[in-house]
Design a protein around this ligand. Structure first.
Ligand code: GTP
Ligand code: MG
Length: 219
């Protein structure tokens, strides 16, 4: 697990805005809500910005969550507005940016996304559901890497029995795994991905405990 996959924490101390990108329905908005809720629990101040103004119901979905968490939500429609919105959060807040779902194989979609990401210094993070076809997933991931993505959050792990594609995508692309989502509930936050959590996810529980027993010598 350690040797074949790359890992990185979502928050690496740089305090760059985190911008979630990915195909439609991947779980970006729910993931934003989970990260926001977790940061608030850790007493961080959080600001959420969304570029998703066109899809019916998108603002309502996010604003109902940000209202509940008592967080500011700023809606922006173009890169200059995004830059301005980020500049309003210069006091150490955690800034989370939700995006419209993009078709990775549409030149127009990816051109627009690149412009958004270039609006300011931010960390674009790919959100992909587990259980995609492996080759499709690799192509999708590569398309998002072309616009600057280096990290990945895997969602819908709870509703997937075959995790091979998630591993193929991580292995073939070298994307750094950050977190995974194992629940549709905002209150059940993300789980950090590291060699141990990944091994626990893949191996049957009795094998994990046998390995741990052997390595620690405890019963
Ligand atoms: N079971 C389960 N459902 C999830 C998970 N992540 C997201 N979902 C569900 O997947 C659906 C889509 O999630 P969204 O967060 O709206 O996805 P999105 O990427 O923002 O979608 P668009 O804005 O349309 O591109 C919702 O019904 C979520 O509740 C997860 O980890 N587990
Ligand atoms: Mg969304």
């Amino acid at each position: 697990m350690d040797k074949h996959f790359n890992y990185a924490p979502l928050f690496d101390g740089s305090n760059k805005p985190i911008c979630l990108v990915g195909p439609p329905g991947a779980g970006k908005t729910l993931t934003i809500a989970k990260i926001a809720a977790n940061r608030i629990l850790h007493k961080n101040r959080v600001g959420v910005i969304t570029t998703d103004l066109t899809r019916a119901g998108a603002i309502e979905q996010l604003s109902s969550l940000t209202r509940l968490l008592k967080i500011d939500l700023i809606e922006v429609e173009d890169p200059p507005a995004l830059r301005d919105a980020i500049e309003t959060h210069q006091n150490g807040e955690v800034v989370l940016i939700d995006n419209t779902g993009r078709n990775p194989f549409s030149k127009g979609d990816m051109f627009d996304l690149r412009k958004m990401i270039s609006a300011a210094d931010m960390e674009p993070v790919l959100v992909l559901p587990a259980g995609l076809d492996a080759q499709e997933g690799i192509d999708i991931a590569r398309a998002f890497m072309d616009v600057g993505v280096r990290k990945m959050i895997v969602t819908k792990v709870d509703m997937t029995r075959r995790l091979g594609s998630m591993l193929s995508i991580a292995h073939e692309t070298g994307l750094h795994l950050c977190d995974m989502s194992l629940s549709p509930k905002v209150t059940e936050g993300l789980q950090a991905v590291n060699p141990v959590t990944l091994a626990r996810l893949l191996l049957p529980a009795d094998v994990v405990s046998a390995v741990l027993k052997k390595s620690t010598g405890t019963a």
